[in-house]
Design a protein around this ligand. Structure first.
Ligand code: BMA
Length: 341
């Protein structure tokens, strides 16, 4: 057993459940027994909440949630929770303003991530910018939300910010895409000195010959800083005769140069198996968007969307999951290279 350290804050009140006695001990993740934690029609006017991101805040938890409105259009809603499991949602969408203080609401907004860097909370999502693109906003108090310039040209999705600057720059993962259901896609990385101008684009990792992630991959939760490198939970997609299947994958990126993959697990860490993952608006989707983790114990709770209908939590520890990733690691040349051509 290794002794991996999470580098970060202690969150002693994070949601947690020990591995149940009947869970297969050769599987690196186990599900919360009360999944899904958010059921259908959770707020007036919202049919489903899924693919959502949460963070510790002022001794409790706060999050940005993908709410599918009853007119079918996705938007982002704010939620608060004392325990990270039971959530209260605002009835209204997050009211974004531009930097001049005028209302600046995207046409639609989905798959939000939420990451704190130096006391500022950044929200990233997918929205229309003459095609599917990355939207971005910041807040310091979760009362006012200021839209930032869109970081990239269309088409792009799955933006995930690292939780600290690396070599003086903000670092963002993203997945260039098309305007539809995108039958391809690798994870790239870009740097910015100011969250406005982005460059030094690098390829991080691609879809792989492993069947479960052979169509496309995309960033999931904000990378977790550990003594072994950045621990990244991402989604990997395969195509079946009945449509896509989304599983959760794991990789460890170099701490100073995260376009270099040190370890990459050839097996999925979690794949749709439970009714709420297999049955829903889009069947067979497990889509990680955030973790809550505790540096003191190494505990990790992964929040994932299930079947485009629900939110679930899966648990692991830094030790267990990093051991598993290392034991089953296959790193190919386009993972280990710096990603510049
Ligand atoms: C992707 C995104 C995700 C969704 C997934 C499965 O393209 O739209 O929000 O979970 O498809 O439908």
């Amino acid at each position: 057993m290794s002794n991996v350290k999470i580098i970060g804050t202690d969150v002693p009140n994070m949601p947690w459940q020990d591995r149940p006695a009947d869970a297969k001990d050769w599987m690196p993740l186990w599900r919360y027994s009360e999944n899904p934690i958010i059921g259908r029609n959770p707020v007036e006017g919202v049919a489903r909440i899924f693919n959502s991101a949460v963070i510790p805040y002022e001794g409790a938890f706060i999050g940005v949630f993908r709410g599918e409105q009853i007119n079918g259009i996705p938007y982002i809603y704010l939620g608060k929770s004392e325990d990270g499991i039971h959530w209260n949602f605002d009835k209204d969408k997050i009211p974004f303003k531009d930097e001049e203080g005028n209302d600046f609401m995207p046409v639609y907004a989905y798959d939000p991530r939420l990451v704190e860097v130096d006391g500022v909370y950044y929200i990233m999502w997918c929205q229309d910018f003459y095609g599917a693109s990355i939207g971005m906003a910041k807040t310091t108090d979760f009362k006012t939300f200021t839209r930032l310039e869109n970081p990239f040209l269309p088409f792009n999705r799955n933006a995930v910010l690292f939780p600290r600057k690396i070599n003086g720059n903000f670092v963002l993962l993203s997945r260039p895409s098309d305007s539809g259901h995108t039958p391809f896609g690798d994870i790239f990385l870009s740097e910015s000195p100011d969250m406005l101008y982005w460059g030094k684009h690098r390829h991080v990792m691609g879809k792989s010959p492993e069947w479960w992630e052979s169509v496309k991959i995309g960033g999931g939760a904000a990378p977790i800083e550990t003594s072994e490198g950045w621990l990244l939970f991402y989604h990997g997609v395969t195509g079946t005769c009945n449509g896509y299947v989304y599983s959760i994958g794991g990789a460890i990126l170099d701490i100073d140069n995260p376009s270099v993959v040190k370890y990459r697990c050839e097996n999925f860490l979690l794949t749709p198996e439970e009714w709420y993952e297999e049955r829903g608006f889009v069947p067979n989707v497990t889509f990680p968007c955030a973790t809550i983790h505790d540096a003191a114990t190494g505990r990790i709770a992964i929040y994932y969307g299930a079947a485009d209908s629900y939110v679930g939590i899966a648990f692991t520890t830094a030790d267990e999951v990093i051991d598993y990733i290392k034991e089953h690691s296959v790193v190919r040349e386009n993972d280990s290279e710096i990603g510049r051509r």
